[in-house]
Design a binder for this molecule. Structure first.
Ligand SMILES: Cc1cc2nc3c(=O)[nH]c(=O)nc-3n(C[C@H](O)[C@H](O)[C@H](O)COP(=O)(O)OP(=O)(O)OC[C@H]3O[C@@H](n4cnc5c(N)ncnc54)[C@H](O)[C@@H]3O)c2cc1C
Length: 495
């Protein structure tokens, strides 16, 4: 590979691609619109890094085992730097409930099911510093890419480089990692190329607040009530982070309008947390203090763009990646793993193929094979969650037979089976962490037998494996925190 490689954006996808290419010895130039981080380490970056290009920078992030495995296996020095900067690792065993922990027998490979956690600013800061120290990697901050250089040939856009704001033109192969509002697709449209896309609402909004443990306080022990859960009208998650920090994210269905407005108020946010035992022990004022406002984020969507429909590339020497190409609901915590996997795929494809058309086809095929099954799985779950949230608002709703059967299979079979059997949970988690197809575990005959066995077990004999109560019912919760639980059923289309 001898051509110059230009990357638009030093976010997750841009940095992971530069990591993959730079560590293999390929020269790369990253062009980033935002300024560099302030001096002073992780806290200074969290408090003062101006990253207008990444609206979700201060929302909770956790990095799945698939991302961590790329870091640990291919870049152990980077892993060490992350640990030195205070990032945490949450092991498979540490995520077990006390009852499941009593049944747990460690096995070789369990260490691969480890989550990396930190404030996103901390991971990004360390990754950025590491990547820019690789020989051959140049990062130019404060540089806005204003367009693609290239021309249409035989109905395909052949990219030759980038145009910057100040008129400078840089020649090279382009990796577009400009995030969810990447402009490449507009620039391609201006040239006459329309990239097909599927897009739909994730159905939720995200609300995050950051906290810091008080001096002398530690993180609470894992209790019977999990640190992440779904009450139907609200989802919650605790995200342990670096250097005594953690954040809480509440995800509220779009349809819960009154709650959405109220949760932006810090006092309402904390009052909601206090009602949910899985997070109340974290936000207890005797243990921690809030250190930020409530960050809200909407416009969360799933989107899949196809740069080579039917294996016919729409552009050559141009590789859109990251959120610009594929966006997913942040609830699943897969976006950065998608970015890390794609960075590796870019490097492997460019090394394996020299012909631009063969490269575009190979990249598109491997990307679809790697990521599409997870994408479809998440989209299916989003659609079901949107339906559930809608039903939760309608007191008159009575589920039909099929809906009851699906719910029973989920609650009385799958959830019970994986809660009471750490060996089965281990298999399930491999899919969750993108180490294998997310549905592969259930297709294995032995696992299916365990799930059916749990379904067949009388309720009285499995009572202890149902989840502890995550929090109050909707009306009680909303009333307690001063939100009107009434909705106009006509607006919702029920009357
Ligand atoms: C609320 C929220 C929570 C999330 N939580 C998680 C999580 O827990 N775990 C997880 O794995 N994923 C999570 N994600 C997803 C993850 O953050 C994204 O998938 C990831 O940031 C995508 O990386 P990216 O490089 O494509 O885009 P970004 O990280 O957004 O980076 C894009 C970069 O391009 C730059 N740029 C844009 N245009 C130009 C231009 N014209 N010229 C120069 N530079 C430009 C921007 O300034 C920016 O730095 C979350 C997402 C959201 C919205």
């Amino acid at each position: 590979m001898d051509e110059p490689i230009l990357i638009i954006g030093a976010g997750m996808a841009g940095l992971f691609t530069a990591l993959a290419l730079g560590s293999r010895g390929h020269p790369v130039t990253i062009l980033e619109r935002d300024p560099p981080p302030p001096e002073g380490g992780a806290d200074a970056a969290f408090e003062g890094w101006n990253r207008r290009g990444v609206g979700h920078l201060r929302h909770s992030h956790a990095f799945l085992a698939r991302l961590r495995s790329i870091v640990v296996e291919r870049h152990p020095a980077l892993h060490q730097r992350l640990m030195d900067a205070g990032c945490q690792e949450l092991t498979f065993a540490s995520g077990l409930s006390p009852a499941a922990a009593a049944r747990y027998r460690p096995e070789p490979g369990d260490e691969t099911l480890t989550v990396l956690t930190s404030r996103r600013t901390t991971l990004e800061l360390v990754l950025r510093q590491y990547v820019t120290e690789l020989p051959g990697v140049t990062l130019r901050s404060g540089v806005n890419v204003a367009g693609l250089a290239g021309a249409m040939k035989n109905g395909v856009f052949v990219c030759e480089g980038l145009r910057l704001d100040d008129g400078e033109v840089l020649p090279g192969l382009v990796v577009d990692a400009a995030g969810r509002s990447s402009q490449s697709f507009d620039w391609l449209a201006e040239a006459g190329v329309v990239v097909p896309e599927e897009e739909e609402d994730a159905g939720i909004l995200y609300y995050t607040r950051h906290y810091r443990l008080l001096p002398g306080q530690g993180e609470p022990e894992r209790g019977a009530v999990p640190g992440a859960g779904d009450l139907g009208f609200i989802k919650y998650g605790v995200f342990p982070a670096d250097n005594g920090c953690f954040s809480i994210t509440l995800a509220v269905p779009e349809i819960e309008e009154a709650l959405r407005k109220a949760v932006m108020h810090p006092e309402t946010f904390d009052a909601l947390c206090a009602q949910m035992p899985g997070i109340a022990r974290w936000t207890d004022p005797a243990r921690s203090e809030p250190v930020s406002k409530v960050f809200g984020m909407g416009d969360l969507r799933s989107r899949w763009r196809d740069m080579a429909p039917g294996d016919k590339p729409l552009a050559l020497n141009l590789f859109p990646i990251g959120d610009g190409l594929v966006r997913t609901n942040p609830l699943y915590g897969r976006g950065c793993s998608f970015a890390a996997v794609t960075g590796e795929l870019v490097a492997q494809t460019l090394e394996a193929e020299r012909d631009p058309t063969a490269r575009a086809v190979a990249f598109s095929q491997t990307l679809k094979a790697e990521l599409r099954p997870y994408y479809e799985d998440m989209r299916t779950q989003d659609r079901a969650a949107i339906r559930r949230a809608r039903h939760a608002l309608n007191a008159a709703y009575r589920p039909g037979f099929k809906a009851r059967l699906v719910k029973s299979f989920t609650d009385d079979a799958i959830a019970i089976a994986i809660r009471r059997d750490p060996a089965l949970l281990r298999e399930f988690m491999r899919g969750f962490h993108m180490l294998e197809d997310s549905r592969a575990w259930l297709k294995r005959p032995g696992n299916a037998v365990k799930v059916l066995g749990a379904w067949a077990t009388p309720r009285a004999m499995k009572r202890q494996w149902y989840p502890a109560k995550l929090g109050p019912e909707r009306v009680e919760m909303l009333t307690t925190v001063g939100v009107d639980p009434q909705e106009d059923p006509r607006r919702l289309g029920f009357a």
